[in-house]
Design a binder for this molecule. Structure first.
Ligand SMILES: N[C@@H]1[C@@H](O)[C@H](O)[C@@H](COP(=O)(O)O)O[C@@H]1O
Length: 245
């Protein structure tokens, strides 16, 4: 595990974007695993800046996103498809057909999950998987469980996740209760995993995930076992890990 300490959210975003950019420069047809949430927004902004400066070309890049809410139309501004278009895809020269998500509108969960696993299989091994960290230790939407779910699966969101994500909706009732998410095996098979974490509110769960036992009740703890795991976090997020690193 490598830990890159950033002063604040801005520096975290810049450092993470530099790591992603080097991937794209070295392998123009790389597969990027992408994440939603507020943590990677600054990283996407930095990538857009580099693209606009002529330093990055996304025309060969392929992407697989971690997750999608069940039931939301892709035109909904709460869907993760919309999020990715708004924050990254519509601002760079990525080909829309090279971007992939679980199909949140597919009511048949088995079909939706099998289809996404097949898409990932066809796309090939992810070169770099970007992750945020949920307040309960979730990665993607892999919520605390008694086991690590391997493949794409349907999850019931925990109350903590619903509470955390309701800020993006006009009311708590509107937060979808279910999502499709890439499984832990899908995340772990990436050649490199890059996690961005910012703020005091994540300090406790970050320490638990990276310094505590590897248990499925803290899904992010599995990252301790990844051979090329890079954490880019700001001082506030790292504040409880001092001395434990
Ligand atoms: N499914 C996403 C996760 O992939 C993300 O990591 C998490 C943290 O979000 P934030 O970065 O806003 O704290 O939010 C959502 O639940």
């Amino acid at each position: 595990m490598r830990i890159i300490r950033a002063k604040d959210y801005c520096e975290m975003s810049r450092r993470a974007a530099e790591i992603i950019a080097s991937e794209v420069i070295l392998k123009p047809d790389c597969v990027l695993g992408l994440a939603t949430g507020s943590s990677p927004v600054g990283t996407y902004d930095e990538l857009v800046k580099m693209y606009k400066d002529g330093a990055l070309d996304f025309s060969g890049v392929r992407t697989v996103n971690l997750d999608e809410y069940c039931g939301l139309d892709i035109t909904s501004d709460q869907s993760y498809v919309w999020f990715m278009h708004h924050h990254l895809f519509d601002r760079v020269n990525i080909r829309p057909e090279n971007t992939h998500f679980p199909d949140g509108k597919q009511a048949d969960a088995q079909k939706a999950c099998a289809e996404y696993d097949a898409v990932m299989e066809k796309t090939g091994r992810t070169d770099l998987q970007l992750l945020g960290l949920g307040p309960d230790g979730h990665i993607g939407f892999n919520e605390p469980e008694d086991f690590f779910p391997a493949g794409t699966h349907k999850v019931a969101l925990t109350d903590s996740t619903i509470q955390a994500n309701k800020r993006f909706f006009s009311s708590e009732e509107e937060v979808p209760r279910f999502a499709y998410t890439m499984g832990v095996a899908g995340i772990m098979k990436a050649r490199r995993v890059l996690m961005v974490v910012s703020g005091k509110s994540k300090a406790g769960i970050l320490k638990e995930a990276l310094c505590g036992p590897v248990v499925p009740q803290v899904p992010a703890s599995v990252l301790q076992l990844h051979p090329d795991f890079v954490l880019v976090a700001d001082e506030e997020a790292l504040s409880e890990m001092e001395g434990a690193q």
